[in-house]
Design a protein around this ligand. Sequence first.
Ligand code: GRF
Length: 198
Amino acid sequence: GRLVVLVSGSGTNLQALLDAAVNPSFGARIVAVGADREGIEGLARAERASIPTFVERVKDHPSRQEWDETIARRIAVHEPDLVVCAGFMKILGAPTLDAFPVLNTHPALLPSFPGAHGVRDALAGGVKVTGCTVMLADAGVDTGPIVAQEAVRVFDGDDEERLHERIKTVERGLLVDTVGRMVREGWTVTGRTVRIGN
Ligand code: GRF
């Protein structure tokens, strides 16, 4: 399977996918990496792996709609079977969502704590267990059907960074495992239930 991965930051989830895709039995390869900003480690990771990259900044476009249409085109030229948002901090619009299946990963147990500060919100909420979620993206913010989740304990004295790192060690494995199974076995969506395999 052909993957296009979208990033906005350090790209450690991308790195986990890059490392997994080295093994032919993974069943997928990353054909391009896209970003909404320049100069991030995620792009450097792609360049080190000799994978084509592209950057589309919203502010370079006359409207959000035009950015949506452009990023959909930048993705389409790579003919992906699956687009993976791995720490991508923009909501993709209809031009992309209507053209490709899009998978997203979130560092909380959705539907709890959606949005850009899921780790901070879980800490503020005083929960003892949080986790990470891999879901199919829809037009909303972290509202798509859930594909996989894993729980992560919160410890006394955790701050946002320490908790997010603990979540990410689990999240990277969950993302790699889920992407691999989806590209190898396919999936079906019935309402809000995603089933991998036949
Ligand atoms: C991940 O935890 C992702 O769920 C969240 O931001 C983090 C990105 O980390 N949206 P990285 O860029 O993959 O290291």
